[in-house]
Design a protein around this ligand. Sequence first.
Ligand code: C5P
Length: 254
Amino acid sequence: MSISQETPPGSAVHDPFAAARNSLIVALDVPSAADATSLVDRLEGQCGWFKVGLELFTAAGPAVLETILRRGHCVFLDLKFHDIPNTVAGAVRSAAALGVHMMTVHASGGPAMLAAARAALQGIAHPPELLAVTVLTSMDVEQLNATGIPAAPAGQVERLTRMALAAGFRGFVASPQEVAHLRGLTGPQGILVIPGIRPAGAESGDQKRIATPSQALRQGASYLVVGRPITQAPDPAQAAQAILKEMAAALNAP
Ligand code: C5P
């Protein structure tokens, strides 16, 4: 299944629940393949996408992707590459060969790195959607300034987005607080993948720039990435259901 074959959020007017399922990405931030498989089992039928990030991929390697892909799910490989252009290009090629549907590089790697990452996918049949990570959702103005960037997150997100757009990207990762502005910059063809999602009343944890599922969708998110509110809930399937219900209502709203 390729990303273009997915039901775009909002387009399945007749089945907002199906659209919600196709727009929810559950982050499998767990330490082993066994933990990941157990979560995928418990969430069977709830969502079409799973995100494999640094923790799980470092522990379990590419085999864990195969397990998820074999069950017919889409995989977002979120390794956030950030290195010299040649190294990132090689890593992008290696990741594409694993059959994942979305993957990430850090926009802050700069124009040459972004161009090399895009070029690495040329000629590959059904390439994954390459997303540019703007400013991590755990960063607030203090954290950002401490890295030497004298800007607020919103300004830096805009700068990085414009840079990645110029390098040919259409997919972005940003916080819910920037999603409306980002949608204005990318237009309807932008693929906006938004973490930092917290249902009302949920623990924010280390996330700083958060919003509820319906707020993020109403402001233009294409996909929501949800980790701990689902994976650490006493009943992950029930937590996912509640989020899907909220998403379906938002997608169905006029
Ligand atoms: O548990 P939680 O819902 O906070 O998980 C969010 C997920 O999204 C994590 O896997 C994290 O790595 C990822 N992410 C993020 N901020 C970004 C990009 C990815 O939180 N800018």
